[in-house]
Design a protein around this ligand. Structure first.
Ligand code: HEM
Length: 375
């Protein structure tokens, strides 16, 4: 951004914060206007480089006006996470803001539809800001993102727009890169979509568990088969992320320390919906970063438990669907491991595990297993 536009942006931001500084900012104060200016600055300098006086001003706004606009609260919590020493996966990806968009009754979204909107946004972003370093890779990225959108719903255009609601506007403000690397935008959207995929999977697995308990094995089989189809989208996300340049990854990961998908509550809830992770896994670093989910683990129901409680062997159709889901998960872990080998090498993970060795050790972990059988 040339110097004058930058100066104008700084001045507009200073003015907006001044409006919000008042005890009663009045009808002129619109959280979206403040957020739009901040997003412009963040995309220009990276979240890690926001000046300290600006962060102090925003912290004042966040504290004084909490509750006035819950979308703004979530947005500012993400922007201020490092400033407040609370930088984790959820704040890196602005997940509370995404969850609020999802919950908005006027927008009519569910996790699947939202996952498609997130990837459609990648398509739009890459078309508006083409990858100048490597256009071939850029086009490949667009193809993978578009494939994800049509995997959710063939009828969706690959640039389907968010709903024309207030929540839809906030969705456009939910990418807050720590760096100015082109590649970080789609990386953030891919990880947000990952949360939506695993939220969808958890719902399907819980419904399948209820069906088994109610003696409706055929329904359970259909639901687990559907979970297998949705799981394939998690693999599509890895193909997309494989277009990430290692150099770009290394630049932005300098500022993402402490934020890792190991803290993904959606992924760990999916694990619990499938089965009973062994005591060793529950007490390991895998669950240390998700205390709320860890607290749900003791005595929880799961598909594995419901199947184990059946009087005889599970029907063959259900057993086959479970085996396919398990195999898809194993392939997913293998792809993740290879990606990490390529991107990370010997470096530790941003979630403070040993990195690749952690992922290698997780490869044998089975999903749909009761405690005695789990790794
Ligand atoms: C540059 C690409 C990536 C690298 C280098 C990478 C690396 C890692 C590492 C080292 C861990 C272990 C925890 C830690 O210390 O951080 C991890 C965990 C995890 N990652 Fe990734 N990852 C990448 C991309 C992704 C993507 C795109 C997704 C999802 C779409 C994802 C999902 C997960 C999940 C769910 C875990 C937790 C696994 C568990 O606890 O068993 N990762 N990743």
């Amino acid at each position: 951004m040339p110097e004058n536009p930058r100066r104008r942006l700084d001045a507009a931001l200073a003015h907006e914060i001044e409006v919000w500084r008042s005890a009663d900012p009045g009808p002129d104060a619109d959280g979206r206007a403040l957020a739009r200016l901040l997003v412009r600055l963040v995309r220009h300098v990276g979240r890690h480089a926001l000046p300290a006086p600006l962060l102090d001003g925003l912290a004042g706004v966040a504290q004084r006006h909490r509750g006035r606009d819950p979308f703004l609260d979530d947005f500012l919590d993400a922007v201020l996470a490092r400033h407040h020493d609370r930088f984790h996966n959820a704040s890196y990806l602005a997940l509370p803001l995404i969850a609020r968009v999802l919950d908005d009754p006027g927008s009519g979204l569910d996790p699947e539809r939202l996952s498609a909107l997130l990837l459609a946004d990648v398509v739009r972003h890459e078309r508006h800001h083409p990858d100048r370093t490597d256009p071939v890779v850029g086009r490949k990225r667009v193809r993978h993102a578009a494939r994800f959108v049509s995997a959710v719903d063939r009828a969706l255009a690959d640039d389907v727009a968010p709903p024309a609601t207030r929540a839809g506007e906030w969705l456009a403000l939910s990418v807050l890169p720590v760096s100015t690397e082109h590649d970080e935008y789609f990386f953030i959207r891919a990880l947000q979509a990952h949360e939506m995929v695993f939220t969808t999977l958890t719902t399907l697995l819980r419904l399948a568990t209820e069906a088994v308990r109610a003696g409706r094995s055929d329904d359970a089989t259909v639901l687990v088969r559907r979970a297998g189809t949705v799981f394939a989208r998690a693999s599509l996300l890895f193909r997309l992320v494989a277009t990430l340049r290692a150099a770009a990854f290394h630049t932005f990961r300098e500022h993402t320390d402490g934020a890792s998908a190991i803290q993904s509550e959606a992924y760990k809830r999916f694990e619990l919906a499938c089965g009973e992770p062994g005591r060793a896994r529950l007490d390991s670093e895998a669950f240390a970063g998700v205390p709320a989910v860890r607290a749900e683990a003791d005595g929880h129901d799961s598909l594995a438990r419901a199947v184990a409680d059946l009087p005889g062997d599970p029907p063959t159709g259900l057993a086959a669907a479970v085996a396919d889901l398990e195999a898809a998960h194993r392939r997913w872990k293998t792809t993740h491991h290879s990606l990490a080998v390529r991107m990370l090498g010997d470096a530790p993970g941003s979630g403070y595990t040993a990195g690749v060795p952690y992922l290698a050790a997780c490869r044998d972990h089975r999903l749909v297993a009761t405690r005695n059988a789990a790794a």
